[in-house]
Design a protein around this ligand. Structure first.
Ligand SMILES: Nc1nc2c(ncn2[C@@H]2O[C@H](COP(=O)(O)OP(=O)(O)O)[C@@H](O)[C@H]2O)c(=O)[nH]1
Ligand SMILES: [Mg+2]
Length: 435
């Protein structure tokens, strides 16, 4: 279901999880790991867990357990063990020694999926950088790791060339990639300057929440969607026409996951800029997933980790409501189904509400219809109403997209401008007279 490879090609995997202290298995976490492993081209043939007070500094799990894993791997005919934890390089090599298997930790697994999914140049640069930075302190361990086992999960991307590169070459490749990312960033700055005049919405959420499908349905586009983690690694922005005929920009980006690797957060800094710079975040939550509580928590933590300001408005969008039997209207947020189109009108109207309160509303009186000023207003403001008086004077009711200063600067010295009044909001109440 998650992988496009034939089952025979899937790498047989033994999945290991340790529960530390009073941790216990949370609903959905094992299914998620199975889905991640399938996305990376593996198939879980056996699972093991261990309860421990603290992780063992040498092996993470106990020595006895490691020996047991070696036997299970032999019996199940697998030579790959995936840990649902982040391990130190020392732990990985000692575990490989003890189990005679290739050992992959959570970060390496997620990096492998990203490498597999990367399509654009930007995504490929960012993922290669993340993989190299992760591999650098582990290079000695990896030499033996790759030379012994050849192809498989985690060997795509820089892994293939790891054999012949030494640390120095890895470092110079990192510098090269960092420079490329800077180039991408400067190009992005131009793009984001263009976004300033528009209300920017970014769809965020757990991986597989239905973000790309929502954007496709709203904008009638055909972005790639799939029932697998991390189908999207890039940011795509589209114009969305609202029911009042105004336009906003809406962006879809990479999904989040619990314990998103640090190296990915750092490398995908540019991609994630669209989240930090948004005027409104649509926080999608798969209403049909039994793990939705955990997902909400992971998304909240990730937004904090990537430095999203608390002041950016967030609207919860409950997705896939068609797939829920006992559906009750949620207390807050909007319930939608991209499939049946249920709730999309409510969502669009809520977006209008958020957009409207973000604008600087004003009333401008012109001596007569001044087409130069009017054209400027139409491209820099949301013009809601234009009325012409008996004397030919024109009253414009609009919201500034780039602040009052931009409008005041434009009409300053213009002969036709008779008065300019700042309003408290789209509701017309005056908050100060400027001109
Ligand atoms: N039943 C149902 N499935 C949906 C809906 N929206 C998305 N999906 C499915 O959920 C999976 C993930 O969707 P996608 O948009 O790729 O998720 P993303 O990772 O958040 O971008 C796909 O298999 C979609 O077909 C919906 O409204 N209803
Ligand atoms: Mg997507």
């Amino acid at each position: 279901m998650y992988s496009t490879r034939e089952p025979a090609e899937l790498e047989r995997v033994l999945l290991v999880r340790a529960y530390i202290g009073n941790e216990s298995e949370e609903a959905g976490t094992t299914d998620e790991m199975i889905a991640l492993i399938q996305s990376a081209g593996g198939s879980v043939v056996a699972q093991e867990s261990q309860k421990r007070k603290t992780p063992d500094p040498r092996l993470f799990i106990g020595k006895g357990k490691a020996e047991e894993l070696r036997e299970i791997a032999l019996r199940e005919n697998t030579s790959t063990i995936v840990f649902d934890h982040n391990l130190s390089s020392g732990q990985v090599s000692r575990l490989e020694e003890a189990t005679n298997c290739k050992v992959i930790d959570r970060t390496e697994l997620i990096l492998a999926i990203f490498a597999e999914q990367a399509r654009t140049r930007e995504a490929k640069i960012q993922i290669e950088l993340a993989q190299l930075q992760y591999a650098l302190p582990r290079l000695s361990g990896m030499w033996h790791h790759f030379s012994r086992l050849g192809a498989g999960i985690g060997t795509r991307g820089p892994g293939e060339t790891q054999l012949e590169i030494d640390r120095r070459r890895a470092r110079s490749r990192i510098t090269f990639l960092e420079n490329r990312i800077e180039e991408v960033e400067s190009r992005w700055k131009v793009v984001s300057a263009g976004r300033k005049g528009m209300f920017n919405i970014t769809i965020v959420g757990y991986t597989n929440a239905g973000k790309s499908t929502l954007l496709n349905t709203l904008c009638s586009t055909e972005l790639y969607t799939a029932d697998k983690p991390f189908a999207t690694l890039d940011t795509t922005s589209r114009r969305l026409i609202l029911p009042d005929n105004s336009k906003v920009l809406i962006s879809d980006t990479v999904g989040f996951i619990e314990r998103l690797p640090e190296t990915l957060v750092a490398s995908f800094h540019t991609t994630l800029d669209v989240v930090r710079k948004a005027d409104l975040l649509l926080v999608t939550v798969d209403r049909s997933s039994p793990s939705r509580g955990r997902h909400i928590d992971a998304v909240r933590k990730t937004l904090k980790r990537i430095g999203v300001n608390e002041s950016v408005p967030r609207l919860t969008v409950w997705t896939k409501c068609d797939a829920v039997d006992d559906f009750r209207y949620p207390g807050s947020g909007v319930a939608v189904s991209a499939l049946s189109k249920f709730g999309l009108d409510v969502l669009l109207n809520r977006i209008i509400g958020y957009r409207d309160i973000s604008l600087d509303w004003f009333e401008l009186m012109l001596e007569h219809y001044d087409s130069t000023i009017m054209n400027w207003l139409y491209s820099n403001c949301l013009v809601r109403d234009v009325t012409t008086g008996e004397d030919g004077s024109v009253r414009v009711f609009a919201g500034a997209l780039r602040g009052y200063d931009s409008v005041e600067g434009r009409i300053d010295g213009a002969d036709t401008a008779r008065s300019f009044v700042r309003l408290a909001g789209p509701g017309n109440s005056v908050c100060g007279i400027v001109k």
